[in-house]
Structure formats: C-alpha cells, structure tokens
Design a protein around this ligand. Structure first.
Ligand SMILES: [Mn+2]
Length: 424
C-alpha cells in the first residue's frame, strides 16, 4: 500500500509548530546546520529483503500478520518505509529467498517507489530443496571440489540476477568453518575458500564490488573460515581492487573495538560496506542503537572522519545496510526505528568539531578530546533528522503516522493474518 501525499502533509501540519520551535532552538548555535541537514537528506540505508517479515530464532518464530508474500509485496513495503522517512531508498536482495522471476518488471516496480538495488546476497549456508550437494561441511571451503564448484555457480547466478536489476555489488557471507578441533585443516580451508572466491571475483562486472563479510562464530562454534576483519582483509587483498571487507556490527567477539577496525579498514581503502544492527551478547540482530548507542556513535565518528580523510562520498562510496531480525516487533516499525537511529548517529558524528579534536589529540588533552566527542553525542539532533525528512517529503514522525494510518491493520486485511515472508 501507499500513503496519499495529503495524509503526510496533514500529519506534518499538526506537528509543524513544535518542530519549528525545536529546530530553531537547536540550530541557533549550529553554524553548519544547513550542511548537516543536506547530508542527512541525501543519506540512504538499504533494507534487506529478509527483514520485512518477522524473524525467528532456532527455537521458534512468532509470525505477525500482513507479512509480504512475494518480492513485489516486499518492494511495496520498502516503498512505504521510504515514503515515511525518505531514507530507505534501496533494497538488498537475498538469493534464493527472493529470486526475481522477471527482472525487468521488478526493476520497474522498484523504480516506481524510488528504490534502487543495493548489494546482492548469496546463500551457501543452507541447502535448498533439490540441491545436488550439501553444505553441511561448508561450501567454498569444502574438501570436495564439486561442492565448491556448486557454491561458485550459485554466486555467479546471483551476479546475473543483480546485473538484471542494476545492482553493483555482491555480498558473500560464508558460514563455513568447523565445530570441533581437528575437523578442518585451517590452511586448506582458507586456500579452498580463496580459490572459490577468486572464481566469483573473475565473473564480477567491471563496475561491481565484492564484499567479504566476516563473522566470529555461529553456526560453526570452533572456527570460522572468514572469522574476523583480518581474515576478510586477507581475502579482499588477495582478490584484488574490487574486493572489500564488510563489517556487520554483530559479527565480533564481545567488546571488540569496532570503531578502530573501521578506521583502519578505511585507511587501507578496503572498507566496502556496513551491516547495522545491535546486540548485547552475540549476533543478536536487535534494532540499531537499541543497546549500545555510544558505540554506534564512536563507529560513525570514525566513518565520517575516515571517509572525509579519503574524500569519499558519504552517501554512495560505502554500502549501507540494515541486517537485523525483528522477533517481537512489527518489522516495519522496527525498520523505521533502525533507520532513525542511524540518521541520528550520523548527525551526531557530523557535529563533532574535527579541528578542535585534532588539536586536543595533538596536545594530549585527553579530557578535551572526550568532551568534544561527548558534546556531540549528548546533543539531541532529532530536529535535524526530522527537518531533513520534512524537506524531502517524508513524515515528521514516521512511526506515529504509520500507527495513525493503521498501516499494519490494512496490510493484514489485504494479505491475511497468516502470511509468512521468506527468510530464516
Ligand atoms: Mn550481515
């Protein structure tokens, strides 16, 4: 479903006076507020095709109603998010969960909603019905060349789908690894994986990027063949200039200093993309910014600093994507919260007084350096984010409008109570 524009206008009208007051108060002391609002308006976060339905754990899945039943309905849902916040103008497709039957038609539908196709995601972490060989003991690392070949072929297919849709990148996340000591020869597993990735890399169109995503553990609990940023960087370096490391916030060992990882990957020109989520324990895939907002801020602080140091375009030079799972919330409301959290944090990072921070660092003024970062983090930048939405035609309060318009109730009416979106 789509919202009529006048409904968004009416909603904004009712909140306009309060918004103007807050915006004026905040920007009175912010000389570069206009630049920040412009950057916020440009920033887009891709929504993964598997996040439109309710997620589950290995114990249970409690489906909500009105979930999208097809790729077309998923695109419609993202179109709705994008209408509300104007910052969700991209979709990241998962193959084979969301194979476009007619690439041209899907591309046209997405374009109607102002949505482009971000990174394509391949899947060799589960067996599909009718699949010849099993990935039980890995895919690209597998001891059997025929299994490795099958995994490579799958990735080549994913690239083909992506080309038809106008995507420009492939994300490879491998669950490969081992559950017990002795199960794998680490060196051979690495070499097999590298060779397989090289075959996929060779098939990348000239303008494409390949993102090598790492994860510390799960589903394998003893070793992971792309287990950390060092291993990912090793693959990406050996593969070549089109290969990059992808950082997923939930894929580290506890207390890892992710902001430092980000800074160094950017320094090396090898950070390619980002998967946002939040966690308390492991790969919890919770709503962005719901558990550790200060960590997210410190990461964004490095992203902005590092991208500016290399003259990168904040909006287009990295792949920005949410990778989360919504087990107890309405997935659309949850995604609105996640995108909002990303924009708030981005705005805070843009507030950091870079010159002052550099001078504090140069003078070993630790207290001043901390003050500068925390000043930015403790600023309520929500009026800046709301203003960016207002100027681009979105809603001042997306979740409020989503609820006022009873969007979920209407989706349940259209699609039924017992629909299940593809995904895990
Ligand atoms: Mn991920």
């Amino acid at each position: 479903m789509q919202l009529e524009k006048y409904k968004i206008d009416q909603h904004n009208e009712t909140l306009s006076a309060a918004h103007k007051r807050k915006f004026a108060a905040l920007t009175a002391d912010l000389p570069h507020a206009e630049t920040i609002v412009k950057k916020l308006a440009d920033f887009q976060v891709a929504i993964p095709s598997w996040a439109l339905g309710t997620g589950g754990t290995r114990f249970a899945r409690f489906a909500g109603g009105g979930e999208p039943r097809s790729l077309e309905e998923k695109i419609e849902d993202i179109g709705l998010l994008h209408q509300l916040n104007r910052s969700s103008g991209a979709i990241s497709l998962h193959i084979p969960w969301d194979i476009p039957k007619n690439g041209a038609a899907i591309k046209a539908l997405a374009a109607q909603h102002g949505i482009r196709f971000d990174a394509m995601n391949s899947n060799t972490f589960q067996d599909q019905p009718g699949q010849k060989l099993s990935y039980k003991f890995g895919s690209m690392q597998h001891v059997d060349k025929a299994v490795r070949r099958q995994a490579v072929e799958h990735n080549l297919e994913v690239i083909e789908h992506g080309v038809a849709l106008g995507s420009q990148s492939l994300t490879v996340w491998l669950s490969d690894g081992s559950c017990f000591p002795g199960q794998l020869n680490f060196r051979k597993a690495f070499q097999n994986t590298l060779e397989s990735l090289q075959e996929v890399y060779a098939a990348l169109p000239a303008t494409w990027k390949m993102f090598v995503e790492y994860k510390a553990f799960e589903p394998n609990f003893y070793s992971t063949t792309v287990g950390d940023w060092g291993q990912s960087l090793l693959y990406a370096t050996k593969l070549g200039p089109k290969a990059y490391t992808l950082v997923d916030l939930g894929h580290h060992l506890p207390n890892a200093n992710i902001e430092q990882i980000v800074a160094l990957l950017l320094m090396e020109g090898k950070l390619g993309g980002f998967h946002f989520n939040d966690s308390k324990y492991g790969d919890d895939d919770l709503t962005v910014g719901s558990i550790k907002p200060y960590q997210l801020f410190l990461i964004f602080n490095e992203l902005v600093e590092g991208m500016d140091a290399r003259g990168m375009d904040h909006t287009t030079d990295l792949g920005w994507m949410i990778d989360a799972s919504h087990n107890v919330k309405d997935p659309l409301e949850d995604l609105l919260q996640s995108v909002e959290a990303i924009l708030i944090t981005y705005a805070q990072a843009l507030l950091v007084d870079r010159a002052a921070l550099q001078s504090a660092q140069q003078n070993n003024d630790v207290v001043r350096a901390q003050e500068i970062l925390q000043n930015a983090f403790r600023t309520d930048v929500r009026p800046l984010v709301a203003e960016a939405r207002l100027r681009t035609g979105g809603a001042l309060d997306p979740i409020q409008l989503f609820r006022d318009q009873q969007v979920r109730e209407q989706l349940v009416k259209q699609r039924g109570l017992k629909t299940i979106a593809t995904g895990l």
